[in-house]
Design a protein. Sequence first.
Length: 232
Amino acid sequence: MHSRSEENPRQEIEEAIAAGDLNRLMMISGMLHGHFCPFSALGVKAAARTIKELGVSSTGMEEVVAIVETNNCFSDGVQIITGCSFGNNALIYRDYGKTAFTLAKRTGEGVRVSIRADRAMEERSPEAAELFEKVVIKRSGSEADKERLTKLWKELSFSVLRLPDEEVFDIKRVTVDVPTYARIFASVKCSVCGENIMEPRARVKDGKLVCIPCSGQEYYQLAGDGISTITR
Ligand SMILES: [Zn+2]
Ligand SMILES: [Zn+2]
């Protein structure tokens, strides 16, 4: 006999969204994100809002997609609460460097949420802003500074959840071009290292199929700075 949650692994998240229980959602997002911070809180809040507006639920099969425009903390709140993740191909990353995202149905019908004036976050806690500069940007704070920042961030995160959406977000109905469903590609074997590679990523070297690392050719990398081309 299966409990309901075994059939729907996202049941707890869906129930919390329906009940407007953002605190619960924030606790859940911490499991993925590793800490509580205002921008992941905004991601959680934005995600819950768009899911309610579009009336969708996600089973991670690309029936709904999240188009994120940044890879900062905001996007982790979006991933876990929308269920559109890096691994299930329902997360689309546009390297715009904006704290914004769109949740869209396959039809292209979507809702875009962007943050109004990020500065507001610093005004809400000048002490946290100062510690952020010291601990995160300059990587120089003491253990006590880190602990204090963790505590302030947590308080700030949960207080952000209580703000009216319209005070922190611009929310717009949009129509977007949703990419096609992820294709399933054949695998080929690298003739140098012997590992399998998804076919379109195979390269040819000396007339043989090889993987990108064995080819020595350039590749794309998504890291903290966004997408860049790595040339070796
Ligand atoms: Zn964070
Ligand atoms: Zn190889």
